[in-house]
Every structure is written in structure tokens, then in C-alpha cells.
Design a protein around this ligand. Structure first.
Ligand SMILES: [Zn+2]
Ligand SMILES: [Zn+2]
Length: 133
């Protein structure tokens, strides 16, 4: 079980399962969208996420749809076309105190990593130039 919201709390969600270990995506789209070196995504079965208020969808590439809060612009989610049964929630939107959130398991799309960011050694996460799963 987990819950979360955007920065202004207009968009809120709850989940019926606990988050799996998230991934840090360093792809250019995630970096730009996050305004940060990478975006951390926590994956859930799509049917396990209930939105109290829906975020606004945006086609972010030929292979994925992302969503954001229409009021504050926070990134909320991403669904890959090839895995429609799974939803990635922006891990930073998860509320603290709802139960343990695992540490990230992987850094992905490091081939697009920001030149000014160094992935810390020994953080326990696998490193991938791309990502297939
Ligand atoms: Zn908001
Ligand atoms: Zn990405």
C-alpha cells in the first residue's frame, strides 16, 4: 500500500500494492521533464493504482505517455506502450510514512546521462546503458 500526490496536492493517488524497487532513468526525456539529472520511477500493476484526481496525459515519445498535474506541473506517471498493464509512478510523489519504499535497483539509459552528473559508486543499483525488461 502506498499513497502519493503532486507538489500542490491537487492530484492524489493510492495503490493497493507496495512499490517495487524503483529505477533511476537517465534518459534525455526524463532528465528534461524532471529538471534534474534523472527521474526515479516506481512500478505498479496499472490496476493497483487509483487516482482521486487524474493527472493530464502527454504523449512524450512514440513509445510512452506521461502525465503531470494540470495545476502545478509535477510529473506523476509514465506508461510504456509495450507494457500497458504496468504504470511507473514518479517515486518522488510517493508519500513518506506509508510503509517502506525500497532503494533503487538500477540506473538505466546511462548512455544519455548528464555529463555533469556522476553516478555514485556502491549505491547498490545496477548500471545499464539502456534498459530492457
Ligand atoms: Zn499539483
Ligand atoms: Zn527515461
Amino acid at each position: 500500500m502506498a499513497s502519493g500526490s503532486c507538489a500542490c496536492h491537487y492530484v492524489r493517488y493510492t495503490t493497493t500494492s507496495v512499490p517495487s524497487a524503483p529505477v533511476n532513468c537517465h534518459c534525455t526525456t526524463c532528465r528534461k521533464q524532471a529538471g534534474a539529472p534523472y527521474q526515479t520511477w516506481a512500478f505498479f500493476p496499472a490496476t493497483h493504482v487509483q487516482w482521486q484526481v487524474y493527472p493530464t496525459g502527454r504523449r512524450s515519445s512514440t513509445s510512452a505517455t506521461r502525465s503531470f498535474c494540470p495545476r502545478c506541473g509535477s510529473t506523476l506517471s509514465m506508461i510504456l506502450d509495450r507494457y500497458p498493464e504496468e504504470i511507473a509512478l514518479a517515486a518522488g510523489t510517493l508519500d513518506e510514512g506509508e510503509g517502506p519504499i525500497p532503494l533503487p535497483r538500477a540506473h538505466i539509459f546511462l548512455k544519455e546521462k548528464a555529463s555533469w552528473y556522476e553516478v555514485p559508486e556502491g549505491d547498490g543499483a545496477e548500471k545499464y546503458q539502456e534498459w530492457e525488461e
